[in-house]
Design a protein around this ligand. Sequence first.
Ligand SMILES: [Mg+2]
Length: 378
Amino acid sequence: MKIESVSTHACRLPPASPWEDATNKVDGLELIVVELKTDTGLVGTGLSYTVDIGGTVIKALIDDYLAALVIGMNPLDYERIWFKMSRQSRRLGLGVNSMAMAAIDIAVWDLIGKHSGQPLYQLLGGARETIPAYISEINLSATDTVDDLVRRAADYKAQGYRAVKIKIGKDDFGEDIERITRVQEVIGRDKRVLVDLNQKWTASEAIQKGARLDALNLGWIEEPMLYQDINGHAALKRAITTPIALGESLYSREQVLAYLQADAVDFVQADVAFVGGVTEWLKIAHLAQAFGRLVAPHFMMELSLHLLCGVQNSFMLENVVGGSLTELGLLAEPITVENGVGQPSQTPGHGMVFDWSAIARHALTSEGVRNRFSGGSK
Ligand SMILES: [Mg+2]
């Protein structure tokens, strides 16, 4: 089997519900979908994404450079393909190139599944058939009241979710405590509420406030401080009992390894689209396993479903409100979480079938973003 052509389709659209956390307000979600056509007639699809900024760069990197590298290669040689792309793009550092590589690598794994007649999760190890999901909120806007939040939490519970992640990081810490305790009245206190700071706190602030959160029996504290601060996270982990989750801002197994070696993380949240795809994500999951840590991948629900059912050391699936490809209207066949449980499709490959006309309707173009990009961050 040989890859004969690589084509990209990029789109930009707002999240299906407004997203605002302690440090960001999201204007547009940018998705870059890749099609790999082979000489066998099999077609693999993969995707990557970015929030607010950089989608046109990722698309151009694939179209202008990475496509030429992989055309003619056998998609079964996923390791060879990944390292070729990695070596050739090393001067770019980490980030944009691993996000571009991810779209191709995910399409490669889709082809491996289609070629062998196996769903992706079985190729990765087939550790389980289903995975519990938590619902994940991105709503910390000033106009959203605690009563609004509590109403939504009750709705999530009615949908079958047993765990909920909420954003905190208000300037008034008392408001954070109120958000947590009110949601716990609905969902329960036994590690069922997770909180996400999106890197809002300083290290000393995290130790001070984290100690107060210990009494609330949270499932985890996510990204409490700047992602570069490994020592700060290690100090926090020594100081508090609430587990620490992070990894959505890490781009390689080496960066994850540094956190593991420093004993600075409990739950590893590497995002398949940011770390270069399935090939690198699987290595990160195994690395975490060697350190006795569970994985809980960030976002990308439709793919994370397969990843979590593939490996042994899985925690929970994240289903972000307004962020599934089905909610965004980009899939021809819906993929949803039912009664708080995720189940990967049994069709060969990853099972995502894209709605190309919907992607075209929201096409991402240089002209489009150049004329209206104003930045999404607070
Ligand atoms: Mg997060």
